[in-house]
Design a binder for this molecule. Structure first.
Ligand SMILES: [Zn+2]
Length: 447
């Protein structure tokens, strides 16, 4: 099943309640639209992390506390432990440098266009390799520097992440003849094949690990007393080391509303451009939720502030962890909505946006059709292969997408890794009356 496009006719139970309460106030036409638009549920990039689905109970050997105790007793025995029987569970570590996970690249080895591009994999290393890697830089492996990610029970493994932020761009590491390199998560995201469950699982694991490590980096001191925070529960939370304070802190999530604003006739959608976007890219409005406001209020306020448009009904679609935002925010949670406009006149806040315009469904459909998402994915995958070979030093992608030169579309929308893509494509599909064939429809426009 397509990892990114899981689609069903069922709704989330809790959201059904939300949608019902909205629907009671809705007009007949927007009620019809809402019902159709919320029929599609989506598992997005960075969601569906297989290591996180069920945290083991504390008595389980895979649990954070049990695994941490095993890890702590094991570290002093390294490097001799590899000659003994491997511990059960064993441990694997994913190193990060400056927010970039360690990866390696393999050729697909298959025939045909679909398997023509290289494939990236997370660069898990053993505890002994991790200790050796740090020792080569004069650093002792401390169990408190490892952050618990979760178990792979079927492989008798517990997975950890560690921040080794010293590597410069283009440095290639070699473990057991594998060439590995630290690569930007955004590049991995663009390069991940969205129909490959393994690739999407690895992207979700990398996103979660990056978010945790980034939170550890920016939460070193207590916000109450200024004392040093120390990791607890295998790095899943922290606590102030000042005994008189003892404040507990938990990994930070920054909620953001992202909304596709639709006109009353359900013919046009409001898309906007930020100055940081690549040329011709248009997307949904988005903004941070402020203290003391509901999600619906945040949708209405942000839309009003950025475009001067008044929003009435607000209908939830889906959510996406977004660990590739600014580093001061370890992980944003994008909460996706459809927002039904009560007014049409646009008054763009130029400090927030470069432009905002109403676009017809036909124009938006064209933008989906002509963006070469598959080509961009393969280009990024090839770039990662070059980085891992030490050939390519720069990490950035100059642009996420090229648009077919034969029939240049005036705009395109973000790729299938972004919730904006799914909000927009759901609306396009809803209008064409084929909401029940969502996976096929999206596959078509993304291939
Ligand atoms: Zn404190």
């Amino acid at each position: 099943m397509l990892a990114l496009f899981l689609s069903s006719s069922s709704s989330y139970p809790t959201l059904t309640f939300l949608a019902r309460s909205v629907a009671r106030r809705a007009t007949l036409s927007s009620l019809t639209m809402s019902t159709n638009l919320r029929r599609t549920t989506t598992t997005h990039a960075y969601a569906g992390n297989p290591l996180k689905s069920k945290t083991p109970k504390s008595t389980d050997s895979f649990s954070p506390s049990s695994a941490f105790d095993s890890l702590k007793s094991l570290i002093p025995q390294i490097p001799n432990h590899h000659t003994a029987t491997p511990p059960s569970p064993d441990f694997r570590v994913l190193p990060f440098s400056k927010g970039r996970p360690l990866v390696f690249s393999t050729g697909s080895g298959g025939d045909g266009e679909a398997s023509a591009s290289p494939i990236w994999h997370l660069g898990w290393i053993s505890l002994a390799e991790c200790k050796g890697m740090l020792a080569s830089r004069g650093v002792d492996l401390d169990e408190n520097s490892l952050v618990y990610l979760g178990p792979k029970v079927e492989e008798d493994l517990v997975c950890w992440a560690v921040d080794v932020s010293e590597e410069e761009d283009g440095v290639v590491l070699v473990f057991e003849s594998r060439k590995l390199c630290f690569v930007e998560l955004r590049t991995l995201m663009v390069a991940a094949d969205w129909v490959d469950q393994r690739a999407m699982d690895e992207l979700a694991i990398a996103g979660h690990a990056r978010a945790l490590l980034e939170w550890h980096r920016v939460s070193r001191f207590c916000g109450s007393c200024g004392g040093a925070n120390v990791p607890k529960e295998a790095g899943r939370r922290k606590q102030c080391s000042n005994e008189a304070c003892g404040k507990r802190v938990y990994p930070r999530v920054d909620p953001v509303v992202i909304m596709l604003v639709i006109d009353r006739e359900n013919d046009r959608a409001l898309l906007s451009r930020q100055s940081r976007y690549v040329p011709r890219m248009w997307s949904c409005l988005a903004g941070f939720i402020e203290p003391g406001e509901s999600l619906e209020e945040a949708v209405r306020r942000e839309t009003w502030e950025e475009t001067g448009i008044e929003v009435g009904d607000v209908v939830y679609h889906s959510s996406q962890p977004w660990p590739v935002g600014p580093s001061s925010m370890p992980c944003q949670l994008m909460l996706g909505f459809f927002a039904f406009a009560k007014t049409l006149d646009i008054n763009v806040d130029k400090e927030e946006l470069e432009d905002a315009q109403w676009h017809s469904r036909e124009d938006v459909k064209k933008a989906l059709t002509f963006a070469e998402y598959r080509k961009a994915q393969r280009t990024a995958a090839s770039k990662i292969e070059q980085i891992c070979k030490g050939v390519e030093k720069s990490q950035g992608l100059s642009t996420d997408f090229n648009v077919e030169s034969g029939e240049l579309a005036p705009m395109f929308i973000p790729g299938p890794f972004a919730i904006a893509h799914h909000l927009i494509s759901t609306w396009v599909d809803q209008g064409s009356g084929n909401v029940h064939s969502k996976p096929q429809a999206v596959s078509r426009v993304c291939s």
